[in-house]
Structures are given as structure tokens and as C-alpha cells.
Write a protein that binds this ligand. Structure first.
Ligand code: NAI
Ligand code: MG
Length: 497
């Protein structure tokens, strides 16, 4: 097979990885799709094809689920001691750490994000998540319930079984790890279907999973499209639980697909998170903080601070500050060390995001900065600030998932009314509140209806912090102790004495 030129700036190991004949991980083996079909993977900085990967379909899903089922029902994983499971997960973290730069390069070429960002954000967060969950493997316990002298009752928290996991492309490796780590710690067996736009780091991770010595069938990794591979996984009768991260639209399809065998479902969906700046905020922090809230990861974050609410007394200053930052961001190929913002992930997302900007302008919004394509190849969009938006506009109501923020001012000093405006969305994933007043901060934290509220910060994550949505942003929580509830069943055992 001819080597596909990846990018002359990446190291030879990364280039060699892209040029390989890629295989999926099913039942401990690296295999092509049953049909032999493959599909292309593009570098979003250039639009060029950089790899081809297997196109999984229903038959491959079935093989993977059958392997996971066998590994769970009769196999070594659910019966392995929690300590041994934890050690394997920890070993995987060590292997990932040993290959950190290579993973960051692969992620940058596949997704578009700056290599420098992947190195300090995606990779450390992934490694830490494995380690955090490795620790939980030995700490999943039940309790005793002394309700009567005549009975002895206790609970057992048991693995839920075979888990189907479907993930998006915005943090390809990290999303895989957020899903895999808790499921494995809980003792489940997994079929992971990665996003068609960004399959590469998961395929490399599959090699490390084999290297670490996970038993066959415990982790199966499929590359394929949503309808072709995601849908049969969500429907599969031998899957006990499906965990999904992606659009709210597909989240609703997952719920329908799960109805056949009433598999358990957890969902991490879209957002339209407010960032609210009060008049007493420290603007030296609030201005860069809210700019980064929207522009981090090219705006492709489910919790992006995409609605900026600023008190009228500081609105002009904040708008100027955020616009200056937006205008100064160095946009370029992720692999270039000088780059601060990369391209969007795909042509489809490029069309979607530029379409949103156009619709905003058509409906009367004004572009304070940005608003256009950057350069003439690849999927780059300028960091954009829109003003003069109205609550009924599409750009204000819908998730754009790009570097586009809608700024508006508020005059109210009544916190209930400010919160009502911030809550005026079908989503409830996150919010940030910027103020020096402790009382304002914590009152707002209670009034906002979302799974996360940040005070004087935004986009702060840790493996210990539960993350997920109110309203149409999802069901259940990722990370923290709470995520273990997604992957366990609780059994009450009662003995008459
Ligand atoms: P999507 O929801 O279609 O894709 C996410 C995952 O679901 C991918 O692995 C995809 O293959 C799979 N999928 C698609 N259709 C499926 C089906 N019928 N059954 C099972 N699995 C299926 O998201 P897409 O199209 O990539 O992006 C569209 C919009 O979704 C974005 O503009 C953004 O607004 C939102 N989104 C939100 C994310 C989040 O983290 N909350 C992540 C990605 C996208
Ligand atoms: Mg889609």
C-alpha cells in the first residue's frame, strides 16, 4: 500500500501509523470489516485523505457484541478481582503516557485541534481518567440495611453487563476514555463505536489495550458510520446498556432504538451554555475567560459558553475585549506549533457553522469580528462574535458547535430574572457566572438549571467532577463516582434469620 503523505511536520512513527492498513478490534483480534469495505479519513487542515479504515456494519456489530457477551457471561473480566482489573486499567494509563506525543499528533491530524492543546489537555485528561477509574475498581461497594432483627439485608453493586458506547469527534480520545474507563472499572464488557470523522486515536488505543493484556472480547472497537454501525449497536438485543455522546437529535434516536430490549441508556448531548458577566466581575479574568469559553477547541465543545450575557455597565468593555482576543487568535493547521485554533473537524461542520453565521446575519445579527472562512483550503472558520441577537433567532436557540458567540447585554439587577433569561433554552449542560460577590455567585449557581455551574472559570474538568445535562442535554452523568451508576445494577439481598 502506498504511503499517504500525512504532513511533513509529524514524526515518522505517526506517519507510519497513518499509512497502515487499519483494522478494528473484535474479540482480541485486529480484523477488517466483514464486507471488506473501508472509508476515508481526512485531515481537516487540508481536506486531504490521510487514511482508510474499516466500515463496520450490522454483521461486525453482531460479532463484537457476541464476543463482549461471551467475555462477560463466562469470561475472565467480570470474575477477575477488582484489584486486577484496576491494575490493567492503570497499565493502560501508563502505556498512553509513554506514547503521549504520538497520540497528540494523531489527534491533531485527525481532528484538526492544535497539537500543543492535545498534549496539555486531551492526553493528560485521558491518562488521569484511566487512573482515577482504576482506583474506583476496588471501591465499588454495597451497604447493609438493618431494618429488622429478623432479616439480614445488604446490597450488591454489580456490573450492568455488555455496554454499547457511541462517541463523537470533538475530543476523540478523551470521549473514548470517558466511556471505557468507568465501564471497565465496573466490570462491564464494551463495544465502542467511534465517530466516523475521527477514528484514529481509538485504533491506536486498541493496540495499547492488547499490549496491556486485556482478555479477548472485553473491549471491542469499531469504526463505522452512525446509521451503518451506531444504529445496530443501539438496537442490539444482547446489549444491556448504551452510552451515547453526540447531538440531541441522535440522542432521541438512541432512546427509540433502545426500546426493543429496554436497555439502559445514558446520554450526553448538546448545549447552549450561558456565560454571565456581572458588573462587579474581575474583567481581567472574565474577558479572557469567556473568550476561551467559546473559542477553546474551535468552539466544538458541548459546554461551550456560546451565549455571552454581560451587564450593560460593562458590556462595551467586555465586547471590545472579547473581540480583540478573537481577532488575535492564530488560526492554522493544528500540527503547526504556533497555531492557537485549528480547523473545524469536517466539511459538513464547516458548512453547518458558516450556515449558522449567515442565518444570524439574515435575521438581523451583526458581526463584531470574524464571520468568514479563514484561508482558502481546509475547514477553517474565523473566531466570530455576533451582537444584536434576539432570543428567537436560530443562532441563539440552536447549538452551533463552532467558534461563534452571541453577545447580549442585560440591565436587570434581579437575579431571578437574569437566571430566567440564561435558562431560556432547551439545554442545560453548563453555565459560568463571573462576579466578585459571593452571594451573587452561589445564588446564581442554584438558579441555573444545568449540570455544571462554573464560578469565575469555564471549561474546568476533572475526572472527579460529575458532568452531564439537565433538560435536553442528557441523562446521567459522566465522570466522578456518579458515572459508576451508569455501568452498575444494584441488587438487594435479603435473608430471613
Ligand atoms: P451525531 O450525533 O450524528 O454523531 C455522534 C455519534 O453518533 C457518531 O459516532 C455517529 O456516528 C453516531 N450516530 C449518528 N447517527 C446515529 C444513529 N442513527 N444511531 C446511532 N449512532 C449514530 O453528531 P454529528 O452529526 O457529528 O454532529 C452534528 C451536531 O451534533 C454538531 O454540530 C453538534 O451540534 C452536535 N454534537 C454534539 C456533541 C456533544 O458533545 N454534545 C458532539 C458532536 C456533535
Ligand atoms: Mg450526524
Amino acid at each position: 500500500m502506498a504511503t499517504i503523505p500525512v504532513d511533513s511536520r509529524v514524526n515518522s512513527k505517526t506517519a507510519e501509523f497513518f499509512s497502515r492498513q487499519h483494522r478494528m478490534l473484535i474479540d482480541g483480534r485486529f480484523v477488517p470489516a466483514a464486507s471488506g469495505k473501508t472509508f476515508p479519513v481526512y485531515n481537516p487542515a487540508t481536506g486531504e485523505e490521510v487514511a482508510r479504515v474499516p466500515e463496520a456494519e450490522a454483521e461486525d456489530v453482531d460479532r463484537a457484541v457476541t464476543a463482549a457477551r461471551r467475555a462477560f457471561d463466562s469470561g475472565p473480566w467480570s470474575r477477575m478481582s477488582p484489584s486486577q482489573r484496576g491494575q490493567l486499567i492503570w497499565k493502560l494509563a501508563d502505556l498512553l503516557e509513554a506514547n503521549l506525543d504520538e497520540f497528540a499528533e494523531i489527534e491533531s491530524l485527525d481532528n484538526g485541534k492544535p497539537f500543543s492543546v492535545a498534549r496539555v489537555a486531551d492526553l493528560p485528561l485521558s491518562i488521569d481518567m484511566f487512573r482515577y477509574m482504576a482506583g474506583w475498581a476496588t471501591k465499588i461497594t454495597g451497604s447493609t440495611l438493618p431494618f429488622s432483627d429478623a432479616f439480614h439485608s445488604y446490597t450488591l453493586r454489580e456490573p450492568i453487563g455488555v455496554v454499547g458506547q457511541i462517541i463523537p469527534w470533538n475530543f476523540p480520545l478523551l470521549m473514548a476514555v470517558w466511556k471505557l474507563a468507568p465501564a471497565l472499572a465496573a466490570g462491564c464488557c464494551v463495544v465502542l463505536k467511534v465517530a466516523e470523522q475521527t477514528p484514529m486515536t481509538a485504533l491506536r488505543l486498541a493496540e495499547l489495550i492488547e499490549q496491556a493484556g486485556f482478555p479477548a472480547g472485553v473491549v471491542n472497537i469499531l469504526t463505522g458510520y452512525g446509521e451503518g454501525a451506531g444504529a445496530p449497536l443501539a438496537e442490539h438485543p444482547l446489549v444491556d446498556k448504551v452510552a451515547f455522546t453526540g447531538s440531541t437529535e441522535v440522542g432521541k434516536l438512541i432512546v427509540k432504538a433502545s426500546a426493543g430490549n429496554l436497555k439502559k441508556v445514558s446520554l450526553e448531548l448538546g448545549g447552549k451554555s450561558p456565560a454571565i458577566i456581572f458588573p462587579d466581575a474581575d474583567l481581567e479574568r472574565a474577558i479572557p475567560g469567556t473568550a476561551s469559553a467559546i473559542f477553546f477547541n474551535q468552539g466544538q465543545c458541548c459546554c461551550a459558553g456560546s451565549r455571552l450575557f454581560v451587564h450593560e455597565s460593562v458590556y462595551d468593555k467586555v465586547l471590545q475585549g472579547v473581540s480583540d482576543i478573537a481577532g488575535g487568535i492564530r488560526v492554522g493547521a493544528g500540527i503547526d506549533p504556533k497555531t492557537e485554533m485549528g480547523p473545524l473537524v469536517s466539511e459538513e461542520q464547516f458548512d453547518r457553522v458558516t450556515g449558522f453565521i449567515d442565518s444570524g446575519v439574515r435575521e438581523g445579527a451583526r458581526v463584531a469580528v470574524g464571520g468568514k472562512r479563514h484561508g482558502n483550503r481546509g475547514y477553517f472558520v474565523q473566531p466570530t462574535v455576533l451582537t444584536h441577537t434576539k432570543p428567537e433567532m436560530k443562532v441563539v436557540r440552536e447549538e452551533i458547535f463552532g467558534p461563534v458567540v452571541c453577545a447580549e447585554s442585560f440591565s436587570d439587577s434581579d437575579l431571578d430574572r437574569v437566571a430566567r433569561e440564561a435558562n431560556n433554552t432547551i439545554y442545560g449542560l453548563a453555565a459560568s457566572v463571573w462576579t466578585r460577590d459571593l452571594s451573587t455567585a452561589h445564588k446564581m449557581a442554584r438558579l441555573i438549571r444545568s449540570g455544571t455551574v462554573w464560578i469565575n472559570c469555564h471549561n474546568v474538568f476533572d475526572a472527579s467532577l460529575p458532568f452531564g445535562g439537565y433538560k435536553q442535554s442528557g441523562w446521567g452523568r459522566e465522570m466522578g463516582e456518579e458515572v459508576l451508576h451508569n455501568y452498575t445494577e444494584l441488587k438487594a439481598v435479603t435473608a430471613a434469620l
